[in-house]
Design a protein. Structure first.
Lengths: 413, 78
């Protein structure tokens, strides 16, 4: 079978920088940080008291009472974004063969909020008071299945879980699903809502998080020599992937084409990346090979760029290794410098950032990069502010605990 | 203090997201209020907690209408 082309025709986002694509784009263009003191739960006694929270989600009236009761926050986020993405794509779901439409939703953890609250009920009130909705709310496949239910899609619907690469992993898998003719439309993305005392304490004790409580907007400093860790966030991003001929035939506005991608595993350590970045580099190289795009054609790299000591240094090295002499001429920026780290949703929301950048001819900055780390030298991190630029091909990196590496190439149509 | 009927109606209306006027004693849970088995388990649990009682599975299975729930609680609450 001929390799089919894959178009992206819609986006939906709910993140600390906005729950509408226009808000998100404005925040990216302005270089605004979404990090602030934690408001949604008591954090006074914790060593980290800042995070990137979404305020006012879900919007009043978007879900009915039964839906609110049936879904954990990570599922609500996915369902909201999926609906926004479908509306954005102007896709007529009734005109689809529903079995040819799939849902692939990345989540690193799933319904942990629900597990925590029901475990509290178990300990405090006893087994007879554990909600009968515990399992359907907590299961990590809930986001994908609820999206299929709400939209009436009858193709495969499943969750993809690979820590912080989950969202990018889901989107690349979805692109291949369309490329190889197994589905005509896939709603794919990532969702994560695990901002709570348990997860935060785990990350604090792992020494993974920035402790700049007195300077929230300056806390996430990818590639800066004074970076001291990432900032936890929550949110979701969902996109509509569609077979190209179909998208063109219905006159869809196409954000970009998924030209190709690759996934590799470090097989090294559950938290630390391979010290040489070999497999991250291999993912980038293989993604460009899969896309049939030479290094010279990449006009922008959206980094994984979390703001951790080891991660940023190794990513910078991997980019230098892959791009060689071209490396210094390619703008590289980290959306997390503003957005925080949305864990399993990060790759998906950052892909939405790339799509909005491509459509609006801009490259957002890397915020808080004041003193580039000598170990990250040789790259153009767009530290000074937003740039205007026509983007032909964009490389997106996404890495995760467990040694997962995903790289994806998006092309202008 | 609210009557048993008022509390039952309030819980069902809140759980199902419907106006209290729709939750009449004669309303059939499945046919009129779209209550499925999970909803019913959830509603019964909340009422057990509110009235400090427990409803056996056999008793819960006999419930058909809002009125059945009200009557059961009135007869069995401590």
């Amino acid at each position: 079978m001929k390799r089919r082309r894959v178009a992206i025709t819609g986006v939906g986002v709910a993140c600390p920088l906005g729950a509408e694509k226009s808000e998100f784009l404005a925040a990216l263009a302005q270089g605004r940080s979404g990090v602030a003191p934690i408001r949604s739960f008591p954090a006074e006694d914790l060593e980290v008291r800042i995070a990137a929270e979404i305020s006012g989600f879900p919007p009043e009236g978007f879900f009915n009472a039964k839906e609110l009761r049936r879904m954990d926050r990570f599922t609500l986020l996915a369902a909201y974004c999926a609906e926004k993405a479908v509306a954005d794509s102007r896709l007529d779901l009734d005109a689809l063969d529903p079995v040819r439409a799939a849902v692939m939703m990345g989540t690193g953890i799933g319904g942990l909020e629900e597990i925590i609250s029901q475990h509290d009920a178990l300990l405090q009130k006893g087994p007879g008071r554990v909600s009968p909705l515990t399992v359907p709310r907590a299961m990590s496949g809930a986001a994908a299945s609820l999206v299929s239910m709400r939209l009436g899609l009858h193709g495969p619907a499943f969750s993809v879980s690979s820590a912080c690469t989950s969202g990018a992993n889901a989107i690349l898998s979805a692109a291949w699903q369309v490329r190889h003719g197994m589905s005509d439309v896939v709603l794919a993305g990532g969702t994560e809502a695990t901002l709570n005392r348990l997860t935060l304490s785990g990350f604090i004790n792992m020494k993974a998080l920035s402790r700049r409580n007195d300077n929230p907007s300056g806390a996430c400093r990818p590639f800066d020599q004074d970076r001291d860790g990432f900032v936890m966030g929550e949110g979701a991003g969902v996109i509509v992937l569609e077979e190209m001929d179909r998208a063109k035939a219905r006159g869809a506005e196409i954000y970009a084409e998924v030209l190709g991608g690759a996934m590799t595993s470090d097989a090294f350590n559950v938290c630390l990346p391979d010290p040489d970045g070999r497999w991250a580099a291999r993912a980038m190289r293989d993604a460009m090979a899969d896309a049939e795009v030479a290094t010279e054609r990449i006009s922008y790299i959206n980094a994984h760029g979390t703001g951790t000591k080891a991660g940023d240094e190794i990513e910078a090295k991997a980019i230098r290794d892959v791009f060689g002499d071209h490396a210094s001429g390619i703008p590289v920026s980290s959306t997390k410098s503003m957005l925080g780290h949305l864990l399993g949703a990060s790759g998906a929301v950052e892909i939405v950032a790339c799509l909005l950048s491509m459509r609006n001819n801009l490259i957002h900055r890397t915020l808080n990069l004041e003193n580039p780390d000598p170990a990250c030298l040789g790259l153009d991190f767009v530290a000074e502010g937003t740039r205007e630029a026509g983007l032909d091909c964009v490389l997106k990196n996404s890495f995760g605990f467990g040694g997962h590496n995903v790289a994806l190439v998006l092309g202008r149509v | 203090m609210s009557s048993v009927a008022e509390i039952v109606i309030e819980v069902i209306a809140e759980k199902m997201g419907v106006p209290k006027e729709d939750v009449k004693p004669e309303a059939h849970l499945v046919n009129d209020l779209n209550v499925d088995s999970l909803d019913q388990a959830d509603i019964v649990m909340e009422l057990e907690e509110k009235f400090d009682m427990s409803v056996s599975e056999e008793e819960a299975a006999k419930i058909r209408t809002v009125g059945d729930i009200i009557k059961y609680i009135e007869q069995h609450k401590s």
